[in-house]
Design a protein around this ligand. Sequence first.
Ligand code: GLU
Length: 373
Amino acid sequence: MINPSWRRVVLKVGSALIAPENQGCSELYLRPIAEFIRQCRLQGLEVILVSSGSVAAGRHHFNFQHQRVPIALKRAMAAVGQSQMMNFWSRCFDFPCAQVLLTHGDLSDRVRHINIRNTLRRLLDHQILPIVNENDTIATDEIKVGDNDNLAAMVATVANADALIICSDVDGLYTADPNKDANASLIAEVRKIDQHIYGLAGGASSKVGTGGMRTKIEAAEKATAQGIDTLIIDGHKAEAFQCILAGKNPGTIFYGQARPLPAKKHWVRHTLRAKGEIWVDDGCVEALCQQGASLLCSGIVDIQGEFDSGDAVLVRCASGKRKIAKGVSRFSASELFSIKGHHSSDIASCLGYCPAGSNAVIHRSEMMLLERI
Ligand code: GLU
């Protein structure tokens, strides 16, 4: 292995490898990937597979030729394709596989999040291979992750993995588009993911799946913030897998941060979605950024969007409109309208009750300052 201290690895395999050309599942790329999983387990690693491809695998059962598939049909394709894909994977192994279907709604609910973690642990304890996908048959825009790169990063986080390996259709991240620029070179190592790195990723490109290099960088950012090394490789190449097993890097490795975010803060920053915004004055920005304070109602000047207590929100500087932080609001939007600009000791008299039992609108432990969102 590239890093001998890796114990648990999440491997993400995209639709283009499972069902190239949308003609059902194919063994072409699956066999070498299955062999890699087998070898990893022989080397003592725990493996979780995040496998896309339900829609691509199910598509050929429907007489529908257009590239853009209506959502109801996509759900039906996913229903038939998912079981065929599981069947395919199961036939590749002489150990049991378990199907785990998730949505973003499951990962952002604290109780279900813990249930997912416990289930994955139990499966691994019993040498069963968890095979995770988004639950495309029921997912709506509001509750879905949308691409399996980000889903795989969330799974790596919830499973407390050491490494995330994302199979792509190129060797890794290049300095320029290798199809257009003959001087483009592969970047072997990335220690910090910044705007420059995102700039190299460009947009989505795959015809079969959903993601592109950008969603892979997003996934790497999520995972590395939790201390998880992330590797992007070309999943079409059996040599890439052999390379990893031999301890070499065939693609781009993004190193996990040496000081990972605390789990709760990581969840707020990288899993929860903001349902609204709280706009604050300059004094409040200073207190949040310089003094490490919690957000109090006295600094709030406006509220945008509808949200409940317990929802994630963005905190924005009212004067500059800069995004300052993301956190969990202990008050709903309508409660905040009543208490904004007031001193914390007035909360009970403004509302007639003090719902959160606390003065902070967003407590420090549930807030992340943002450099970039
Ligand atoms: N969950 C989708 C599927 O299995 C794929 C999403 C993606 O391509 O990232 O078909």
